[in-house]
Design a protein around this ligand. Sequence first.
Ligand code: SDX
Length: 393
Amino acid sequence: TGGVITIDAGYKNTGSCESAITFLDGEKGILRYRGYSIEELAEKADFLEVAYLLIFGELPTLGQLDKFHSDIKKHSVVDDDVKKILDAFPKSAHPMGVLSSLTSALTAFNPSSVNVDSEEDMYNSVVRILGKFPVLVAWTMRKKQGLPLYYGDSNLGYVENILKMMFKQPNEEQYIQNPILIDALDKLLILHADHEQNCSTSTVRIVGSSHAGLFASLSAGISALWGPLHGGANQAVLEMLEAIKEDGGDTKKYMAKAKDKTDPFRLMGFGHRVYKNFDPRARIIKKAADEVLGDLGVEDPILDIAKGLEQEALKDDYFVKRKLYPNVDFYSGIIYRAMGIPTDMFTVMFALGRLPGWIAQWREMRLRKEPIGRPRQLYIGETQRAFKTIEKR
Ligand code: SDX
């Protein structure tokens, strides 16, 4: 409106929208989805219930949840041509790049534009992507491992079937998944489900604000999440912990590197734009990591290094002064690793969890008829100058 323009790099102090989906209090370490605390949801709900809650605003009745799950199963078939696109990727391709492409490719095989004002249209798009995305996740992982691809078992729960599609071995007759791992993954997906206007969610909203389709907007969100400063941090945490282990487990050396301004190294899994206190999700995930490794009888030196690093950071005044505490990504990779999920699939697991949050935020943005996102800038380039022919350059 011709007013004064102030630059807020990274939008640290800019509100982009009003939203009724997720509430965060960074000082008190509070996270609620539609008013319910994540501590209660992680303990008492399952991931599909939470997905329904985020997207449609209320916890589902038993009938609504059963219908939601059966509709999702009906739409979990992936077009053979999408499978051909997956086959075209080299095994070396990073799963996040594959899934961003496949999610966008789904636009070619499903109704691309969603009439958000039609509840039925929106519902059908939601069950389609919630049905197909986990299949693409499992198939992307197994293709890299040279394992056969299949749809798992429609009699299983949503999360249990994801694990079956990921892990059932070809010659295995009876596939029994450890209930501890099913519960741990269900909890992890719930804890990752939404987080108000983080980088990838803001991406989904701004792409959707041009009225681009839902699948295209989600594909952009997957790409944003891939970055090591955001969802890619869970993979970067494990790579960092592995490096520390290879380097003799000297956490003090890496703490020094993280504080050295001449060294670009950051302690992956620490710090957060909003939580200037403990990330409440990290607290729950740390407890789950202890339980999973305890129940599996896994002695993972990486977990010991992680705990050592956390102890160091909690008493280091550089970190305390900057309020750098473990975030959601610090412990999640340890559980994924204990489950046998390859490190380059960790951020894909984050996307699997965040999918309902992105859908909910996209739907809210469209229902509220938000304007197309188009910020301004402060120009710092050349003043006007005359064209020079090539002979004179
Ligand atoms: C996620 O936004 C969300 O909600 C994201 C997320 C979600 O659910 O969607 O919670 C998921 O992305 C969690 C964050 C995962 N990323 C990492 O773990 C990567 C490491 N963390 C950092 O890069 C950093 O903490 C960010 C990106 C998370 C936050 O960065 P900010 O808010 O832009 O803070 P900053 O970069 O301005 O840092 C402030 C100070 C700086 O030092 P000074 O210039 O003040 O001297 O803290 C330092 C930074 O150098 N700092 C770190 C650090 N993080 C910040 N120093 C060492 N190690 C770190 N990890």
